[in-house]
Design a protein around this ligand. Structure first.
Ligand SMILES: [Zn+2]
Length: 298
């Protein structure tokens, strides 16, 4: 039996993340013609489009949810490609933006839209002021990219533009898009303004960065682990009533039972029944079957 020919362990390690694309789970989705140089667009449910940035290491996914009266854009991505251009091709309806949370990789295109919903936390208010180039320079560095930047995008000028919030939302706030209701669920932890978006009728939950398949970041200074555990506990309880999760990174349609696995994983970490691996970046990595959890060393 051939064991991968000349691919030594060293070469294996040097395989960049982008050489492993596309992700196996995403090969089930048909790339629609709305896709362009930067974004891949998939229809993941009826009237729901995933707008994915596969060539940048965050592999961010924003979602366009189309109702009869307007469309909701849940997150606007890194602000590297022009997401508004894509959205305008998918629908001619008015667009309102709502963010899963205010981290830079999800609010990058906010400034291009006329209507933005937001939470009213201190963190939200701070981040709507945008971020200078120094804070996001790494996101457009060669290590972060699998292909060159879109035309007219200049790496040295990349920054997060400030934006206005037009209407505040909070726990239980319901948005009626016309024949589709979605409800805001406050799930603080990853950030103070982290929300889930719940389509009760269709059993869908957009989880933002609170849950996705991949390395879940729980080390930022705005992360509160106690709040996070509480939020995951709540979502795990909801999971039986759900058909699909729609997370903000990597894979756009995920099994809700993974929320129960995550809830259990957090208990194992707390009880020290699972061992983390220290990494050179000062973080501890806890690896589970479907996700990895990254925390600060105590
Ligand atoms: Zn993110």
């Amino acid at each position: 039996m051939m064991l991968f020919g000349t691919c030594t362990p060293q070469a294996e390690r040097e395989l960049r993340w982008c050489d492993r694309l596309p992700r196996e789970a995403n090969t089930q989705f048909q790339k629609l013609n709305y896709s362009n140089y930067w974004f891949e667009v998939y229809q993941v449910q009826n009237n729901i489009y995933a707008i994915y940035e596969p060539y940048q290491w965050q592999e961010v996914i924003s979602y366009l949810i189309i109702g009869d009266e307007f469309a909701l854009l849940f997150d606007t991505g890194n602000g590297i490609g022009d997401i508004k251009e894509v959205v305008k091709e998918i629908t001619s309806l008015p667009i309102r933006v709502l963010n899963s949370h205010s981290h830079y990789d999800h609010v990058g295109g906010n400034a291009d839209f006329d209507f933005v919903y937001g939470m009213d936390t201190e963190f939200t208010q701070l981040r709507k002021q945008g971020l200078p180039h120094e804070r996001v320079a790494e996101e457009v560095s060669p290590e972060a990219l699998c292909k060159s930047l879109p035309e007219n995008v200049i790496a040295e000028e990349h920054h997060i533009r400030p934006y206005e919030i037009d209407e505040y939302v909070s726990e239980g706030f319901t948005i009626n898009l016309g024949n589709r209701l979605v409800e805001v669920i406050a799930i603080p932890g990853h950030t103070p303004d982290a929300i889930g978006l719940w389509d009760k009728e269709n059993g869908l939950l957009w989880t933002g960065d609170t849950f996705y398949q991949g390395a879940i970041w729980l080390f930022a200074k705005e992360t509160n682990l106690e709040d996070y555990k509480h939020s995951i506990n709540r979502l795990a309880e909801m999971s039986k009533s759900l058909k699909h999760l729609l997370p903000a990174h990597n894979i756009p349609l995920v099994d809700p039972s993974l929320l129960v696995e995550l809830d259990e994983a957090l208990v194992q970490i707390e009880n020290e029944t699972v061992k983390g691996v220290d990494s050179t970046d000062g973080r501890v990595h806890f690896t589970f079957d479907h996700f990895t959890i990254l925390m600060n060393k105590n």
